[in-house]
Design a protein around this ligand. Structure first.
Ligand code: ZN
Length: 595
């Protein structure tokens, strides 16, 4: 059996030391390779650039090694067992790669474990050893990787059924906090790394509620016999990556619940939404997955138009589950849904790119957004979750409450359990037709592959909810709330932020006031009508201005002073908020309350 071994002679240098013992290498010369991307994060990351000191030996001595490309190597032919050794530089504090310092270690297998070609479908062992230095003496270890000879939360010997499993269980080591709970009989752990204060019991109770909702949604038993939430707590951060029996998360310490605090703060609600999202992926994308991901080709981009479904439907259910299981009330859910509607409505990109195109081009567009992104692309997360809402509400209306998107998701799960066929491009549309009992193909085609507006207003009205529009209060207004009082009548057409450069334009709206006047991202605003400007003064002036008013704006572009005449435009009503209606309250409650 192949045995991987990983440790670190000195974590403060950020190097993991890795070795692989291969008892029976390919007699024609063993090929080795490292993934170029990690499932769930659709960008080529070239993890192999962090490999150093790669060597291969047998009992006869060092073997020669030929590098074939950025992530592939060919070892000289050997009839003897071989030992591969190398170091991995680990200083990326994200959920996608590896990080190691004097406070903790974290890695994804995609960053540290070379694949032994020809033996990828064979079981393997992994010995994870405590770094032999004083600072790591109290370190524990957390992973969902199956244990072979290791106590719970201890270093030791682990095993994986194949390479695909080996790289799907991230590992955390350090002095983390832990709280456990059971959901539908399955043990779960929350592992928290970093400096923070948290009401761990409350966090565990709330996560248990969410996990049990998702397990019962798809139907017991759960597809895993253990699950781990790995949370890196930092000053300011947000993100997650899904795995088959765990998720890695980054959150801000302010988003954790405090002892004695009963309310759900907006930040804690967002964190629970993130946990709900990643946990829903345990079914949707980790098991139910696009056919083209079976298996993953981790050497190059794999294209699918379906991320609107795998990320969008997951995004729809992440918040919906919070209201369905009673963690938030309907008003709080409407706020979250209206924020998503606002996010899509504000970007001109929605008129240029469909959700399917956004999915397909994720590698070069969604994951490589620049200052023009809002004008050029639409998010398959946000638009996808609105498409999911439209499908759900349309199915409910068509079937008089008998069928919904829930049925489609359960059917996909049953298909997976039967034969794991992989989801083809048209499968979801066909299931929607089957369960709703109507031919919705043309509508779905327009929503998924088109750029016209979604019929949210009409569908929400039928479910007892009014979709209202207003102007933005200021540039930090994310939408979702009704505003008492006067709103600005004008729009400057630029998003600004204080930077080392001054009040810098981060992005401009296409055909907005700033762009039409010749201003661009990167310009640092200096004065308006001859008076010095900062963010607070700009907002104050905008609150009092009238459409058509012309401002003389001075700005620095690079180190050159420029002057522009900006004609303020009327503020567009692209900020959404939702209110319940008297009518159709039964439909609304069945949508938001039912499993
Ligand atoms: Zn996701």
């Amino acid at each position: 059996m192949i045995r991987y071994q990983i440790s670190s002679a000195n974590p403060v240098n950020h190097y993991f030391d890795v070795s692989i013992h291969i008892p029976r290498p390919d007699p024609d010369g063993q090929r080795l390779r490292l993934p170029n991307w990690i499932p769930g994060s659709y960008m080529i990351r070239d993890f192999a650039r962090n490999i150093l000191d790669l060597e291969v030996r047998s009992v006869e001595g060092e073997l020669s090694l030929q590098q074939l490309d950025k992530s592939n190597w060919q070892v000289e032919a050997s009839t003897q067992p071989i030992d591969v050794s190398y170091r991995v530089y680990a200083k990326d504090l994200s959920v996608r790669s590896a990080h190691l310092d004097g406070s903790h270690g974290y890695f994804n297998g995609t960053s540290v474990f070379l694949e032994v070609l020809g033996l990828s479908d064979q079981p393997c062992e992994v010995l994870i050893e405590r770094p032999p230095v004083a600072l790591a003496e109290s370190w524990k270890l957390a992973t969902s990787l199956p244990r072979k000879q290791a106590d719970p939360y201890a270093f030791g010997l682990f095993e994986a059924a194949d390479y695909d499993e080996l790289i799907d269980h991230p590992v955390e080591m350090g002095n983390f906090e832990r709280v456990g709970f059971e959901a539908c009989g399955v043990p779960h752990d929350v592992i928290l790394t970093g400096r923070f204060a948290c009401d761990l019991e409350r966090l565990a109770a709330d996560l248990k509620t969410i996990c049990e909702h998702h397990i019962r949604f798809f139907g017991e038993p759960a597809p895993m016999d253990y699950y781990q939430f790995q949370v890196m707590v930092v000053g300011d951060g947000y993100g997650g990556l899904e795995h088959r029996a765990s998720t890695s998360l980054v959150c801000s310490r302010d988003s954790l619940p405090q002892v004695g605090q009963d309310q759900i703060t907006d930040d804690y609600r967002d964190f629970l939404g993130l946990c709900s999202h990643e946990y829903f992926h345990t079914w949707n994308v980790k098991r139910i997955k696009p056919q083209v991901y079976q298996p993953y080709d981790l050497q190059q981009e794999v294209y699918t138009p379906l991320l609107w479904a795998f990320e969008g439907i997951t995004s729809y259910y992440d918040d919906l589950a919070l209201v369905r299981c009673g963690l938030i009330d309907q008003a709080a859910y409407f706020e979250l849904l209206a924020q998503t509607i606002t996010r899509v409505a504000r970007g001109k990109g929605r008129t240029r790119q469909s959700a399917a195109e956004s999915s397909f081009n994720t590698w070069t567009k969604f994951y490589k957004q620049d200052e023009n992104a809002a004008n050029a692309i639409v998010s398959y997360y946000a638009k996808g979750s609105l498409i999911a809402a439209c499908i759900d509400l349309r199915m409910r209306a068509e079937s008089e409450g008998e069928a919904s998107l829930d049925d489609v998701m359960r059917a996909l799960w049953q298909q997976y359990q039967a034969t794991a066929p992989g989801v083809k491009d048209e499968d979801i549309q066909q299931l929607v037709n089957l369960y709703s009992g109507a031919d919705l193909r043309f509508e779905l085609e327009a929503w998924i592959n088109g750029t016209s507006e979604l019929p949210l207003e009409e569908l929400l009205a039928g479910s007892g909810v009014t979709l209202n529009w207003r102007a933005a209060q200021n540039q930090s207004d994310k939408g979702g709330k009704a505003i008492d009082g006067k709103l600005p009548a004008v729009d400057f057409g630029a998003f600004v932020k204080m930077s080392g450069n001054g009040l810098e334009i981060q992005r401009v709206t296409e055909d907005g006031a700033a762009q039409l006047a010749g201003l661009a991202a990167g310009d640092a605003l200096v004065a308006i009508n001859g008076l010095k400007i900062d963010q607070a003064r700009l907002e104050k002036r905008l609150a009092l201005a009238a459409a058509g008013e012309v401002w003389t704006v001075h700005a620095f572009r690079r180190d050159e002073l420029i002057e522009c005449q900006v004609t303020l435009q009327a503020a567009a009503p692209t900020t959404a908020f939702l209110t319940p209606t008297e009518a159709a309250s039964e439909q609304r409650n069945s949508w938001l309350g039912s499993l």
